[in-house]
Design a protein around this ligand. Structure first.
Ligand code: FES
Length: 60
């Protein structure tokens, strides 16, 4: 089962196997927990790289 959890003031956590397809059609499969950026400040989009902490991003 795949679950999606919103981490307060942080990323979207997807737990379970998923396949990510980028704008060029390249596929990447993730098997465990994947953190997607919600703040827009990540330097590794679409993934969270922890920058939300550095910029002090908060849920509105
Ligand atoms: S939510 Fe973590 S870098 Fe954006």
């Amino acid at each position: 089962m795949t679950t999606v959890k919103i981490k307060p003031n942080g990323p979207l956590l997807v737990d379970g196997q998923i396949t990510i397809i980028d704008a060029d059609g390249n596929e990447e499969t993730k098997e465990k927990t994947t953190a997607f950026c919600r703040c827009g400040a990540s330097n590794n989009k679409p993934f969270c790289d922890g920058t939300h902490n550095k910029v002090g991003w908060k849920d509105s």
